[in-house]
Design a protein around this ligand. Sequence first.
Ligand code: F6R
Ligand code: MG
Ligand code: MG
Length: 368
Amino acid sequence: MEDKITLSVIKADVGGFVGHSAMHGDLLDEAKSRLAGVQADGIIVDFHVTACGDDLQLIMTHHKGVDNEEIHHLAWDVFEACTEVANRLKLYGAGQDLLADAFSGNIRGMGPGVAEMEFVERKSEPVIIFMADKTSAGAWNLPLYKMFADPFNTAGLIIAPSMHTGFRFEVHDVKGHKRIFFDAPEELYDLLVFIGATGRYLIKAVYAKDGEIGAVSSTERLALIAGKYVGKDDPVCVVRCQGKFPAVGEVLEPFTMPHIVEGWMRGSHYGPLLPVPLRHATPSRFDGPPRVIALGFQLAHGRFIGPRDMFDDPGFDEARRLCNALADHLRRHGPFEPHRLPMEAMEYTTLPEVMEKLGDRWEELPEL
Ligand code: F6R
Ligand code: MG
Ligand code: MG
């Protein structure tokens, strides 16, 4: 049997330029030169370094499987090295997502986001890597549902014999620390009971019915790890395309509907997810709106052929226009819900600190 390849996307915010809006080129250079070193040592097959907003994205292939200590350790080392660069330039929030003092075993739970999958490379292997900034891990639930379970989005679910049997969804309860699998279309309504609640139930992965992995996402929730607000999750998601998986165009189609996600300013607001080309992955208006980029690659024996900047297409202009109209409308609510997150979600922001100071001022209502 042919060797399996592992595709690992590991990301962290280790310092922003300017504020939380983008990434300084020196950090990208540092990450590239470090990964070129480990590639020369034969530890990884190939890599691509990029940024979405203030998040540094390490995209790597190797033969070591998912959750590999050596790979996670090297990602941690790159993030630490880039933190040093960020400190030198006094960039904003240097080392922000490195929540542990030192690496221990597995990078998951230490701050960075991780999406990894292991598979045998097909005759041709198109993959799309989605990366978002100023939003939380639940942002992929709706698009993944549409790609793999909604025939109004994915024509292949009806037309293609290879996809007609549907897919299996792995859903994680990130508060209860549990997981469950659902078959679609058989258990669609059961699946939707949970994945509609995007703060708690996250689609971790999607599989073809023969067990082959089609998509994986980062489900790390920073606030749950840190117990307080330390920046948003800014998640990533990898999707294999074509053949028995949705076509490239079916994988991108959900982003023509700018769905409302949590994040934006201070991680405390709902806003529409804006699909942008890489050159616009620099959230500025009210620290947003939350945005997503899509880089497409063909894999060739683990080598990244690409990327293609998939949202750099006028076909998404209408979505962007609608997104800006929705953003305007939500912004006009100012500090009112439903622009601001509901109180339960604000628990992890800095708001409780402010409320605490006013605690003594509350009086019992007079008896009637
Ligand atoms: C949201 C985000 C920003 C910051 C905001 C305040 O994910 O990163 O909106 O929350 O700019 O940042 P601090 O508290 O670092 O001044
Ligand atoms: Mg930041
Ligand atoms: Mg970010």
